[in-house]
Design a protein around this ligand. Sequence first.
Ligand code: HEC
Length: 100
Amino acid sequence: MKKIFFIIIFAALIISCKKSANYTADCSGPAKSYTTDVAPLLASCSGCHGTQYTGYANVSARKSSVYSVIADGSMPKGRTLSSTEKNSILCWIDAGAPNN
Ligand code: HEC
């Protein structure tokens, strides 16, 4: 009985570690621009999400959910962004998601 208990705890730990394996952005480079850095990357979302992540108003309204799905790597579905691409999106949001 005890063994099963430990196995369950162990499995739960592994699952929770995987979920919290968030990417930490390196924002030491130049400031990111919505128009030149972020919008082209988010264009790949529209095949599945329509205009949800198109245009500054839509993206800035959804910036916290965009941040979490990019940081945890769950989006874009079916593709993995490079760390440079993740930095562009995450650092732009960290900087207050300016309309630049
Ligand atoms: C191939 C299709 C596809 C692409 C491309 C895609 N998504 Fe998604 N997205 C989905 C589906 C399906 C769901 C809902 C189910 C799920 O989470 O798996 C979803 C859910 C989400 C959610 C909600 C997640 C949650 O946990 O509430 C957000 C936010 C999101 N997507 C953002 C994005 C962004 C930003 C991009 C582009 C960088 C993107 N998606 C690209 C298919 C896609």
